[in-house]
Design a protein around this ligand. Structure first.
Ligand code: MG
Length: 239
């Protein structure tokens, strides 16, 4: 399946707490067919959805995700920081998120977000889990900034499509994608010219641009044939 043109950033973008089940529901409710989420390993080595290595910003906990066992992690509130309507929202397991995405018919870009020092084990665990969780369904697109995580994911589940995440598109992007077995390139929309993005699209490699919150910029990139990850699910729709 082609990558959806519009993808909700961290699940629910700016309309729900990031990387939560509530966010996934919000994306589906607003008509999004694709979501991007971040997967990291807990202190019990369970793949969970969370962006930061530290718990502080998006939960009422303290310390590092990689040092927090599941019994502690899953008792935390991951919604109140965003707003009282989301009090009691939890850090979801990848298993729970996959089940909900399948139920809602959401395509997933699963960013492998290893804590420092956990690159290979995270890439391997997330890919293995994804293979099982999306069995008999459209599998997620794995992506990462970490070459080590992408390599481990490739060895663990070579059949899963992977994307290389970069900020600025490097001159040797094609060679890098080939070496890492990546079928698409994810880049920072603000740090690349439309010409640079268009050159990759025209070379036949799908480009996913993050994080585009201006409808006009989104329109330009979509017109080029790029896909767009956005927080503004309330503002940006596919023309
Ligand atoms: Mg991400």
């Amino acid at each position: 399946m082609a990558i959806p043109r519009l993808i909700a950033h961290r699940g629910g973008g700016s309309v729900a707490p990031e990387n939560t089940l509530a966010g996934l529901r919000a994306a589906a409710r607003l008509g999004y067919r694709g979501v991007e989420v971040d997967a990291m390993l807990s202190g019990s080595s369970t793949p969970v959805l969370i962006h930061d290595e530290a718990l502080d910003r998006t939960t009422n906990g303290r310390g590092l995700v990689a040092e927090t066992p599941d019994a502690v992690l899953f008792a935390l509130d991951a919604g109140s920081w965003f707003g009282p309507d989301f009090a009691g929202e939890r850090v979801p397991t990848l298993t729970a998120a996959a089940a909900l995405c399948r139920e809602l018919g959401l395509w997933v870009n699963l960013e492998i977000k290893p804590a420092a020092g956990y690159e290979q084990v995270t890439g391997e665990s997330v890919a293995r889990a994804a293979r099982v969780l999306w069995q008999d369904a459209e599998p997620p697109l794995l992506s990462s900034f970490s070459a080590a995580a992408l390599g481990a994911a490739r060895r663990a589940a070579p059949e899963l499509r992977r994307g290389l995440l970069v900020e600025v598109i490097p001159g040797n992007w094609r060679e890098l994608c080939e070496r890492l077995g990546c079928a698409c390139l994810h880049c920072d929309a603000a740090r690349n010219s439309t010409a640079a993005i268009e050159a990759v699209v025209e070379a036949g490699v799908p480009v996913v641009c993050y994080t585009v919150n201006d409808p006009e910029v989104a329109g330009t990139l979509l017109a080029l044939g790029a896909c767009v990850i956005t927080d503004r699910l309330d503002l940006i729709s596919d023309p």
